[in-house]
Write a protein that binds this ligand. Sequence first.
Ligand SMILES: *[C@@H]1O[C@H](CO)[C@@H](O)[C@H](O)[C@H]1NC(C)=O
Ligand SMILES: *[C@@H]1O[C@H](CO)[C@@H](O)[C@H](O)[C@H]1NC(C)=O
Ligand SMILES: *[C@@H]1O[C@H](CO)[C@@H](O)[C@H](O)[C@H]1NC(C)=O
Length: 401
Amino acid sequence: MGYKTLCFGLTCILFVFYIYTPMPENIEEPWKIRITDAAIKTTSLMAMILEKIGLKSFETLYATLIKLDYTQPISDENVTVMDTTFSDIPVRLYLPKRKRESQRPAVIYIHGGAFVLGSYKHTPMDLLNRWTANKVDAVVVGVDPRLAPQYPFPAPYEDVVSVVKFFLQDKILAKYGVDPNRVCISGDSSGGTLAAGVTQLIQNDPELKSKLKAQALIYPGLQLVDVSVPSHREYEHGPLLPWKVAIKLGCLYFTQDRAIPQAMMKNQHMPHGSMHLFKLVNWSTFLPEEYKKNHVYTEPILGRLNPSYSILLDTRLSPLAVNDSQLQNLPLTYILTCQHDILRDDGLMYVSRLRNVGVKVFHDHMEDGIHGALSFMASPIYLKLGIRIKDNYINWLEENL
Ligand SMILES: *[C@@H]1O[C@H](CO)[C@@H](O)[C@H](O)[C@H]1NC(C)=O
Ligand SMILES: *[C@@H]1O[C@H](CO)[C@@H](O)[C@H](O)[C@H]1NC(C)=O
Ligand SMILES: *[C@@H]1O[C@H](CO)[C@@H](O)[C@H](O)[C@H]1NC(C)=O
């Protein structure tokens, strides 16, 4: 009896230690965030155990849980909602019911979920797109690109390209009453990565007549070249998105070879021939002083991995790592960054790089922000931060699109 109690007690202590994350001081609703963070960590632990004993892969458990929260396309008093496909890719359309003489703006939205999870069907995404359609009086297109690891890179990227090219055709824009000069592409987290990469392709393609008016990137991940920037170091243990989980899921986007995440955790994953990318993601050059603090810049270590991993040089995985010449033609940009987020510095560096080449950028920085807050705008977890991010983003669209 005494022995069992002791074991149980020790297990509890170990568990609490495992899920304990130091919380930044200035965050709103710290207890809600603590509980959410603990729930995510417990799920990760369970997922890791299931994966170790060979029952389920790490990401399947997450995917199963998120699917419980999927919605049907339900129209409301303001917006007609329907599921269809564009170029064989599933999309959910939100068409405002309000009468309008002139053409409407449009938003193409790519959901987050580390390229592995999520859908436009997920309740918070459905709400976000519905609210956007109503408030901005815009046609909104939620996109479900194929997901890794079943469909690794470049499949998700190519799906977004297909949807955007399909939608930008004159006859399709006309069908939905959309103004060709007022189309924005938006995305959060990995959706922001896709939105940024696809925007670079569309704006730099001389064959394409229709262009995007704007891109809106909400706490996007923008590079895999250097995974030891100050925000990675400061928020390694979360809240919400621990660095190791991000690397594990991020690598699944393009490989199931476990050598890659292992090398990435030592920042020695980049192959020979990739040195020219370092200066394009150099945080010591592109971060504002206040974010550099006492950090010392060290270059990623080259060439420890099999050189066949040239995929890591593909800038569609790292839209921050392109030349200035590919940034110059980018449209009006909205970037939202969160202070307490490993991906913070990717966003901050993109702000600097875009402004350096004269692209107009509106930068929203949430001083008390944490990664993924947009996913907590409805029960079971409702964060005021999620609502503020949503409001900032939609207000910006209202004023700028
Ligand atoms: C419809 O729009 C009005 C005005 O914006 C808003 O007050 C109402 O909540 C909306 N209805 C739904 C179901 O979103
Ligand atoms: C990064 O930036 C720092 C400071 O601007 C500079 O000293 C260093 O050489 C740069 N390294 C690379 C690889 O660009
Ligand atoms: C970027 O610029 C460098 C030198 O200016 C060039 O060697 C390289 O090919 C360019 N990369 C791309 C993707 O345009």
